[in-house]
Ligand binder design. Sequence first.
Ligand code: AMP
Length: 238
Amino acid sequence: MAVSAVPSATGTHEGLKFTPGPILLLGPPGVGKGTQAQELVTAWSIPQISTGDLLRSNVSRGTTLGKQAKEVMDRGELVSDELVNQMVADRLTEPDTARGYILDGFPRTLNQADWLDGYLVAIPGSFPVVAVSIEVSYNQLLRRITGRRICSLCKTSYNIYLQPPKVNEICDLDGTPLTRRSDDTEEVFEERMRAYSSLTAPVVEHYRVLGRFAEVNGEQPVDAVTAEVKGAVLRLRS
Ligand code: AMP
């Protein structure tokens, strides 16, 4: 459902008094977009729309889209704009997007950005996007990506270098062996970073030039990054 500039939904929950509109979280793989998106979901009761998660869900369900995307994702390359734009368009028709949403991992090419800009402009009275870019050094990203492990049962995230479980490769909460995303190897990370530099970095510049853009240092503790991301969105929306 489109976000339109109607009076914001109010409720007893503090987060419902604010209408966030569309928020873009930009930044390279492993920068913490998913973690920060989850904080905003909790604060403002709007959905996180992660194109990576939507694609992985299609892969694990064996849909036609998933079959088309899997090999490309395993190589660390980008899935075609056409497929991803359509997937996002479908997701934006869901009623939970009415007050806003957080796009995580989209747009990732200038083509996707142009599509999104056009999509929103075509909706009378729609809120413009606000974009927050999270910045982290290459070496830190490499450790975050290659160390990332996920519990397949409860989805808790660990990092074997930065936030290890108590027992090697086992979830602290339910004892399930941890899994690693198939694209979290060093080789695929390098390819994903190449795709980021050539195709996605221009998207960051696109939104910087458009305005309603902020940059946040992602090398701080998670809480500090969250405070800056939230502060930036509130400022850019005011
Ligand atoms: P992520 O979980 O965001 O790191 O995405 C994992 C993989 O999914 C990427 O390396 C791409 O292959 C694919 N992907 C996710 N989002 C997009 C997008 N917006 N455009 C193209 N491919 C994407």
